[in-house]
Write a protein that binds this ligand. Structure first.
Ligand SMILES: [Zn+2]
Ligand SMILES: [Zn+2]
Length: 418
């Protein structure tokens, strides 16, 4: 009832479930899958009671802090921050190990006490991923499920319960890998392993301390833009990146739902500077926090907008478009890279999963079928996700006439019937 499967079976109208308040608390009949985030639905009434007592400004603060904390936790970065803070104030956590004089491989790899690092990183990562991810899910997808036009980038489409389950299980597996990798790096550094991180601001000129924010941010964002584009080349897309694009209506849980090979590749690219150029740990992690925060925002499927002080930052709809239209808008935090390389979404182009390389297809070259699907997709976007509540990409009759599209469509359609 109310469930309308798309032909690929991956998206359902309104999530395939009724708004929680219409179910009379009987969720089993509408949402039987135990993995499909039923836990948030089940306790919704209780949450709602507590939430209604919290003042509005405090509510907004909690949501923002939740997203920030999730950002820090999802790859175990809190552990690296802890290690660096302790090193700054107390010197090395463990006495420097002399590689020539230690017994055993573990010490020589500077992985002494790894199990503690690993347990800590993994436990906190999972608590945050499920706890905070669940909170966001409840706050928007459950609590405001009956009014998606107010907050959702694609208000008429929700992921199916099967896909939500897939996203969380897959995201959790990659999370395991991420936290293990972070624990290794944190352990290695705390045991005095090689890195170009420094701890006293006075070790290098003060201007370098401030310039680092820009250098790290621009490096990481441009590198991940190029890497992302590389993973959209047909071979790599089909074998690795396509997994992340199963989610046409992404949620906060999608953020780690990436093929393990690609995920490690991203982590290595992001972390590279701490082994190459002298960086203070502070700027490095402030930028990391910023990047993770936006990773979650951009995948949330919610109409978050960039603040006035972030003129480089696209709104959440930018990456949501990437998931809806596939090979376009490859950047993350600086949309200029897409403008520079001609991969920024254009109104006069059609984009589908089969049109590679980020430039789309001209309207006049698209088949009638492609055009029809594309026009429907554009209509399903939420004007509230754009500045001035305007659907920037909607194609009016005038737009179509200007390009002589309508006649083409009509002609092609006629052809079909003959
Ligand atoms: Zn992609
Ligand atoms: Zn994505």
């Amino acid at each position: 009832m109310g469930v309308k499967k798309k032909k690929n079976g991956e998206s359902v109208q309104n999530g395939g479930i009724k708004p929680h308040h219409e179910t009379n608390g009987s969720l089993k009949e509408t949402f039987p899958d135990p993995f499909a985030v039923t836990w948030a639905e089940k306790y919704s009434a209780g949450f709602e009671k507590v939430w209604s007592k919290i003042p509005k400004f405090l509510g907004a603060f909690i949501v923002t802090s939740a997203i920030c904390t999730m950002g820090l936790g999802i790859s175990g970065d809190w552990l690296l921050i802890l290690v660096h803070s302790l090193k700054q104030y107390r010197g090395n956590l463990v006495e420097d190990v002399d590689i020539n004089n230690v017994d055993g491989l573990i010490e020589s790899l500077r992985l002494k006490n790894f199990s503690y690092f690993w347990l800590g990183a993994t436990a906190v990562s999972y608590i945050i991923y499920y706890g905070i991810g669940g909170f966001l899910h409840w706050y928007f997808y459950v609590r405001q499920r009956d009014r998606p036009h107010e907050w959702k980038c694609q208000p008429t489409k929700f992921m199916s319960p099967e896909l939500e389950r897939h996203e969380i299980i897959f995201g959790s597996l990659t999370l395991f890998l991420n936290s293990t990798a972070t624990a290794m790096v944190a352990c290695y550094i705390s045991n005095g392993g090689y890195s170009t991180i420094y701890y006293n601001i006075s070790d290098y000129p003060t201007w370098w301390f401030f310039l680092q924010f820009v250098v790290i941010f621009v490096y990481q964002d441009y590198a991940t833009y190029l890497l992302h584009r590389l993973y959209h080349v047909p071979f790599l897309y089909k074998h690795f990146h396509k997994m992340h694009h199963k989610y046409k209506q992404p949620t906060a849980f999608s953020v780690t739902a990436i093929h393990p090979v690609e995920s490690i590749h991203i982590q290595l690219t992001l972390i590279l500077p701490i082994f190459v150029i002298p960086l203070h740990w502070g700027p490095f992690y402030i930028v990391a926090l910023y990047t993770y925060y936006h990773g979650i925002i951009d995948h949330s499927g919610i109409n978050f907008k960039a603040y006035w002080w972030q003129p480089w930052q696209p709104d959440a709809i930018f990456h949501d478009n990437h998931h809806q239209y596939f090979h376009v808008n490859f950047a993350f935090n600086i949309y200029f890279w897409d403008i520079l390389h001609g991969t920024y979404r254009r109104k006069d182009r059609v984009y589908t999963e089969d049109i590679f390389y980020g430039r789309g297809k001209e309207l006049t070259e698209a088949t009638a079928e492609e055009l029809k699907t594309d026009i429907e997709e554009r209509k399903s976007e939420n004007p509230k996700a754009y500045r001035g509540d305007k659907l920037v990409y909607i194609l009016t009759d005038k737009d179509l006439q200007e390009q002589d599209i309508k006649t083409t469509v009509i002609k092609k359609k006629k052809k079909k019937y003959y």
